[in-house]
Design a protein around this ligand. Structure first.
Ligand SMILES: [Zn+2]
Ligand SMILES: [Zn+2]
Length: 429
């Protein structure tokens, strides 16, 4: 897997230079010992700091005793927010910054984000030791945080190395692996949106990165078709590999385009808790359901590609439109979509006939998308969440309509859902 990514980094058909930061990536039996010797070789082992939470602490003893290092335990299911980063930072301050040379994240997605955020803050290396195949963000270079209520990504550190031990992540609750499947399944709409933007605005699309990601997605879809395969020990291993490849694809692309589209925006929208009560659903669970809803939404609105589109940005991003949905986050959302000085709205490059004049290129992409029920059945087969009810979110039509229309506002990134939303809101509803 790392070889595929390294090959792209060595030279790519698109002509662009791609970089990978995570040079060591080991998934397999014995990864824990490899982690220990990696740290011993490069750092003063007693100056390593292992960060875990109450659920993943049970995996830490072999590492702590072999390295003789400190361990900081966060509360179980700690969210990546200002409270938890402050907790970890004040611990680091209390022991003295100079006694931390490297941080080891022993846990799942949020724990990685908290650790990488602080590692970046203190300018120390960070190593990933994932305890579940639950998200694709382990090797990410940005920290996905919910700071003071708003979902934001912060420039952060990619791990210098990752060690994933099957005995550890295969013993994670099945719910976590199912969540990883949801995060992988989201690549269906993410890759679709990337292609769409490439066609409509010329946004760079690297074929090599796209193909690698698509292959990983196909592999997960194939494995999830078979009930026996889903129950086997090799299933979480396959999901872990797919998720890591997805993370590397983001490193290579230099952004999250290969792995995140309208389905992730939907998940982020719910994570902001502006229109719904907080839910304990996991990131990949929300992405999986977001993918199902977006697939129906895209197919139901496919006709738009034959029409003139009239987009009124003044109206779409006015306070009057944004505030009823986003409340106190309104200014942040408007600033995200209409960045001053640094760029422009993702919709700005679209003309009235952008869709119409590209309809023959867009139609095959829409037709190639799997029907939503096919993806629901797959998520069900792996024990994942398939509908809003299972995420503890409202299941009524109004909530779905609001989610599909206003979730594209969370990021200034062109997606098919963003165009549908822009046309709809411009028309006044
Ligand atoms: Zn390329
Ligand atoms: Zn994700």
């Amino acid at each position: 897997m790392l070889e595929k990514a390294k090959k792209i980094a060595a030279g790519c058909s698109c002509g662009k230079e791609h970089r990978i930061v995570t040079s060591v990536l080991e998934v397999g039996d014995g990864a824990t010992e490899s982690l220990v010797s990696y740290v011993k070789k490069r750092y003063m082992s007693s100056n390593a700091l292992l960060v875990c939470d109450e659920n993943t602490q049970k995996y830490s003893p072999p590492i702590i005793s072999a390295l003789g290092c400190r361990c900081f335990v966060l509360p179980g299911n700690a969210h990546a927010n200002e409270v938890e980063t402050a907790r970890l930072s004040s611990y680091i301050e209390s022991i003295g910054k100079s006694s931390v040379d490297v941080m080891i994240a022993c846990g799942s997605g949020s724990l990685h984000d908290i650790t990488r955020f602080c590692a970046h803050q203190y300018n120390v290396d960070f190593i990933s030791y994932p305890t579940a195949a639950s998200v694709d963000g382990f090797v990410s270079g940005v920290a996905a945080m919910t700071m003071y209520g708003q979902k934001l990504t912060y420039p952060s550190s990619s791990p210098v190395a990752l060690f994933a031990e099957p005995d550890v992540f295969c013993s994670a609750p099945a719910r976590l692996t199912a969540s990883g499947v949801g995060d992988m399944i989201g690549k269906i709409t993410a890759l679709f949106d990337w292609q769409l933007s490439n066609i409509l605005t010329g946004e760079p699309l690297c074929r090599d990165i796209f193909d690698v990601m698509n292959e990983a997605l196909d592999e997960v879809k194939r494995a999830a078709e078979n009930e026996d395969a889903v129950r086997s020990r090799s299933f979480p291993v396959l999901i872990m590999n797919g998720l890591l490849l997805s993370g590397l694809a983001m490193q290579l692309a230099g952004n999250s385009r290969p792995a995140s589209g309208s389905e992730h925006h939907m998940s982020h929208f719910w994570e902001m808790h502006v229109y719904n009560d907080p839910t304990d659903a996991l990131h990949g669970e929300k992405v999986g359901v977001g993918t199902v809803l977006m697939l129906s939404h895209i197919k139901a609105n496919a006709d738009i590609i034959y029409k003139d589109i009239n987009i009124d940005e003044c109206k779409i991003y006015s306070k009057d439109t944004v505030e009823p949905i986003y409340g106190k986050l309104t200014d942040g959302i408007i600033a995200e979509n209409l960045p001053r000085g640094t760029g422009s709205s993702a919709l700005a490059e679209l003309g009235k006939d952008s869709l119409k004049s590209n309809a023959e290129k867009l139609l095959p992409l829409i037709e190639a998308l799997p029907p939503a029920p096919e993806i629901s059945s797959m998520l069900k087969r792996v024990g994942g969440c398939v509908d809003l009810g299972s995420l503890s979110l409202p299941e009524n039509k109004k909530f779905i309509e609001t989610s599909v229309t206003y979730s594209p506002y969370v990021r200034n990134r062109l997606t098919f859902a963003k165009i549908i939303s822009a046309v709809r809101v411009s028309q006044g509803g």
